[in-house]
Design a protein around this ligand. Structure first.
Ligand code: FES
Length: 228
């Protein structure tokens, strides 16, 4: 049977009403001011992100109930359906309840080849084995498999809140999840201590020692004499 529910009817749960707090209203105005008059709808993604962050402050979970999307639509003078379309298109917006920590595990090929199965398994265990997309009984975790997060060089990647955890394996993932459960924010970045995306182990490129400054390529015309 065809599901004739509208996208709006498909969203449910969360508070019945939502409005930006004073601080978030000011932040929203700043975003709207970036666009010419009449083009304020261009700020929709920024405002949805602000709404998710306010939800996190107020409820402990970063997601978008329908009331928040309706408020964004009202602030921007947009038909609510246009806001639902944006929110349901971009995977960074969550239109279903998530846990306090929403664990997004990249399982695209580079991360999979580098061991994302173990990362995903650790996350699912931490969530008590509930189906992906639902919230653990204690409200702490929800799990989602996601596509490439644009950080393949540090694969495999776990994305939590505003942080990427990189170069993970099963035990490193478990340590991060235990820290989150204790209410700590583990330092983001590489779990194996490499700097950014620098190669593991010894350097194999950019080994030349640069010549002292000022550098003049061989055959370049000499510097003009001072005052000449
Ligand atoms: S494949 Fe995982 S970050 Fe690109």
């Amino acid at each position: 049977m065809t599901d004739r529910s509208t996208p709006a009817q498909a969203y449910h749960g969360g508070p019945a009403t939502f409005a930006f707090s004073e601080a978030y209203r000011k932040a929203a105005e700043k975003q709207i001011a970036k666009y010419p008059p009449g083009k304020q709808a261009s700020a929709v993604k920024a405002l949805l992100d602000l709404a998710m962050r306010q939800m996190e402050e107020e409820t402990g979970a970063r997601w978008l109930p329908r009331a928040a999307m309706d408020h964004v639509a009202a602030v921007l003078g947009m038909p609510p359906i246009r806001v639902y379309e944006v929110a349901s298109f971009y995977s960074m917006f969550k239109t279903r309840p998530v846990g306090r920590y929403h664990l997004q595990v990249c399982t695209t090929t580079p991360c999979w080849l580098r061991g994302s199965d173990a990362v995903l398994a650790a996350c699912r265990r931490a969530a008590g084995g509930v189906p992906d997309g639902t919230v653990s009984a204690d409200g702490m975790f929800s799990v989602e498999e996601v596509e490439c997060l644009g950080a393949c060089v540090n694969a495999p990647i776990l994305w939590v809140g505003d942080h990427y955890y990189e170069d993970l394996d099963g035990p490193a993932t478990e340590r991060i999840l235990e820290a989150l459960r204790r209410g700590e924010v583990p330092p983001p970045g590489s779990a194996i201590g490499r700097q950014g995306s620098a190669p593991e182990g010894v350097r194999t490129t950019l080994l030349d020692v640069p010549p002292p400054l000022p550098y003049r390529p061989e055959g370049a015309a000499p510097e003009p004499a001072e005052g000449g």
